[in-house]
Ligand binder design. Structure first.
Ligand code: ADP
Ligand code: TRP
Length: 321
């Protein structure tokens, strides 16, 4: 089974990204033949700082490897290292009806956020379809926000097959991660860079633990029982702590006699410990600067090999060769 997903290089990884995207991707490595890439072309639709892009790509590669991406099991590469994707994107553009893109809410949302409405932003779903179809991907794990883009991809695969013959494109299927959909941030809203409410997964101990101390709580006195429903501290603690520790924290809320400071300390410890092995792995990777380049280079070679086979098939079907 061919599994593929892309992640945009957009700054420091947070706990929401880890549980929502990285962890599921790492776990899927035992289920099939995984292709994971850093969507640097896509990142250009919302940022125009070359140094920042270079830095973010490197950072994401290091973080993904530290989180358990195994280059022996998966093909890991930068999107732009396989320029064939642009050729396929053009071919897909020729079968893509304008209304299909006009419907996409991600474009409208981004424009509403103030991102300049350029052509690449509008054509974003076509490039994403090319990413997916270029590797004959069967399963595409994504967050709920990408569901519509997968529908566009399926429509374009259908078009290609209707116009140029069955078998021109392989029909992909989304795997939507519902259960991890909403990791909440320190203010109780969805954890997101744009809300400034994130818990980073890598960083120095003091500032990381300090973010936990900022979690909003009510003013129930230490000795009184505390509400467990809707508690941000408990919700986050469940991500990092074992079952018995979570039960203990819930019991301590209900009994009273424990302050929020105490609960937050427990959370800060569990959060710090949870990423310990990944931090160590990250230090090892950082100590060997050539390693990441080597992994991405080998990944790109393997990806291009696969991509050129599929592109060849499509080019034959449409009459370009
Ligand atoms: P942000 O909202 O911080 O900008 P991105 O949109 O770059 O995050 O998300 C990258 C990936 O991480 C996506 O696959 C998305 O589904 C996942 N993700 C981001 N935030 C969360 C969250 N709070 N809960 C679950 N998954 C998340
Ligand atoms: N648009 C995706 C996101 O922002 C990233 C992405 C680009 C992607 N190409 C892809 C995801 C192909 C899955 C498959 O999260």
């Amino acid at each position: 089974m061919r599994i593929l997903t892309g992640l945009q290089p957009s700054g420091k990884l947070h706990v929401g990204n880890y549980f929502g995207a990285m962890k599921p991707a790492v776990e899927l490595q035992s289920e099939g033949d995984c292709f994971y890439f850093i969507a640097d072309y896509h990142a250009m639709t919302s940022g125009r700082d070359g140094d920042a892009l270079r830095g973010n790509v490197r950072e994401l590669a290091i973080d993904f490897l530290a989180c358990g991406l195994d280059p022996e099991k998966s093909v890991f590469f930068r999107q732009s290292a396989v320029p064939e994707v642009n050729e396929l994107a053009w071919i897909l553009s020729t079968v893509c009806p304008m209304p299909l893109l006009n419907k996409c809410h991600s474009y409208k949302d981004k424009v509403a956020q103030g991102i300049s409405p350029n052509h690449a932003l509008f054509a974003y779903p076509v490039l994403m379809a090319a990413d997916i179809l270029l590797y004959d991907s069967q399963k595409v794990p994504v967050g709920k926000d990408q569901k519509q883009h997968l529908e566009v991809t399926r429509s374009l695969a259908t078009k290609l097959n209707e116009i140029y013959g069955e078998g021109t494109a392989v029909m992909p299927e989304a795997i939507i991660r519902e259960e991890t959909e909403l990791i909440i941030g320190v203010d109780g809203r969805k954890m997101s860079k744009s809300y400034g409410n994130t818990l980073p997964i890598f960083g120095d101990e003091k500032p990381l633990k300090k973010t936990v101390m900022k979690i909003k709580t009510d003013s129930t006195p230490v000795e009184e029982p505390k509400e467990t429903e809707g508690s941000t501290v408990i919700a986050l603690y469940q991500l990092f702590a074992g079952e018995s520790d979570v039960e203990q924290m819930i019991a301590d809320h209900k009994s009273g006699g424990f302050g929020y400071g105490d609960f937050k300390m427990r959370l800060a410890e569990a959060y710090w410990d949870y990423f310990a092995d990944m931090r160590t792995r990250r230090e090892e990777i950082l100590a060997d600067p050539g390693y990441v380049d080597e992994v991405l280079k080998k990944g790109a070679e393997k990806a291009r090999e696969e991509a050129s086979k599929v592109l060849d098939r499509v080019k034959r079907a449409v009459g370009l060769i």
